[in-house]
Design a protein around this ligand. Sequence first.
Ligand SMILES: [Zn+2]
Length: 326
Amino acid sequence: MLKWIDIIKYANNGAPAPDRRVEKTEEEWKALLTPEQFRITRLKGTERAHSSELCSLFEPGKYACVCCGTLLFDGSEKFESGTGWPSFTQPVKENAVAYHKDTTYGMVRIEALCNTCDAHLGHVFEDGPKPSGLRYCMNAVSLEKVESNEQKLTFGGGCFWCTEAVFTLLKGVAKVESGYSGGKIDNPTYREVCSGMTGHAEVIEVTYNPAEISYKDLLRIHLSTHNPTTLNRQGADVGTQYRSVIFYRSEQEKEDAQAVIDELQEAYGDPIITELAPYEQFYKAEEYHQDYYANNAEAGYCQAVIDPKLKKFKALFRDKMKTETI
Ligand SMILES: [Zn+2]
C-alpha cells in the first residue's frame, strides 16, 4: 500500500516503471479525445467541482485512464471526500500512477499522471482516510469506468506466505492477498491467529478473471500444492490456523469444490480432509505478511519450505503461469 512517503519518493525519483507505454502526438490525441478530455488530460486542465455524477458513484468496478485504457483505480478504494471531485485512497497498482511536483498557482502540490501515457489525472494529498492516508483527487473526465467480471476465491493450505507465493504466478490472477478467515472475532492480529484461539485459518484471497483461469483450475492447483490429507498441519506448521480449507461463496462453488476434491482423491493415498465452509469474511493480514516471499526470498523459511513448493508448482503448472514469471 502506498503512503505519503512513497508519493514524495516517486515524485522525486520517478514511479516504478509501467507495464507498458503509450505515446501519441498531440494531433493523434486530439483525434481520439473529446475537446474537454483533451483539455484536461493533455493540457493539465481541471474540471469544475461537482460537475460529474462519478463523484457520488460507489458501486463496484474499476476506473481506467480515458486516454489509454490502463486500469488506475478500484471502486473499493473510492470514498466521499466532499470536494466535488472523485476521490480514491489508493491506485490499483504501485506503477499505475506517476507523480510530479506541481508549483503552479503559487502552491506546491503533487500532480498525478497516468504512468502509461502521461495523461493528467489530478493531484494527490495526504489528508485521505486511513490506512493509506492518501487522497487521489481526480478529474472524472480523465477516468472511464470499466465493467469487471473479476471473481474472488478464499482458501487456506497452511502458511499463507507459501500459498501467496504460488498463486501470484498464475495467468488470470490479478491480485493475491494474505489474511485470515473462518474465525470467531473481528479484525484478528497475526499473534491472535497464531495462538490458535480465534479459530481463523491463514488464507489467501485470490482475485481472478474466470475467462482466463477457472475456479476449478485454481482449486486443482491449490489441492496439488499443499498436503490436503493432514489435519490441521502442513509439514512442521501445526495448528488449526494451518488447516486445509476452501471458503465457497455459492452452492455452485461448493459443488465444484467437492467435484475437484473427488477428482484429486485418487492421486492421494490418504483421504482428503479439506474443509468446505461458507465464506463469511476475509481480514487482510498485516502489511509485512503481504508479498512475503518476494520480499524475503533469502530468509530460511522461504528457502527451506517455499522454494521446494514453488519448484513442484512450476513443474506441474508451467502452462498456467504468467509468461514473465516462467
Ligand atoms: Zn493513460
